[in-house]
Design a protein around this ligand. Structure first.
Ligand SMILES: [Zn+2]
Length: 113
């Protein structure tokens, strides 16, 4: 029999193989997926639509990275990383479509999203 260890899964203690990380991942994925509808709801909210419009207006629809035509407001610190900063004006910036795609990739790497 393999050495075992105790882990907490969904608030319950269970024994798993000493080298298994399966339970931790299933727990992690569960909270992750629970989070998604909230994010979708946020992006459809009036509050976010107003803030993103304001972000673009304030900087004359100029992309902060390449100075091209900005089409959207970006969260400098992604909402998945810091949910509390989702409606903070200082955490938004206007970006063009291409720069936003690049930044999203960078964030994925940087924050392991
Ligand atoms: Zn750009």
């Amino acid at each position: 029999m393999k050495p075992q260890r105790l882990v907490v899964v969904n608030g319950r203690r269970v024994l798993v193989d000493h080298d298994s990380r399966k339970e931790e991942y299933s727990d992690y994925n569960k909270t992750r997926y629970k989070y998604q509808p909230e994010i979708i709801k946020f992006y459809n909210s009036r509050a976010w639509k107003n803030l993103s419009k304001q972000t673009l207006n304030e900087e004359y629809y100029v992309c902060r990275r390449c100075e091209g035509d900005a089409t959207l407001a970006d969260h400098i610190i992604p909402v998945r990383v810091d949910w509390s900063k989702r409606l903070e004006w200082s955490n938004t910036q206007p970006l063009c479509f291409d720069c936003h795609a690049i930044k999203t990739k960078e964030d994925k790497k940087k924050y392991n999203l």
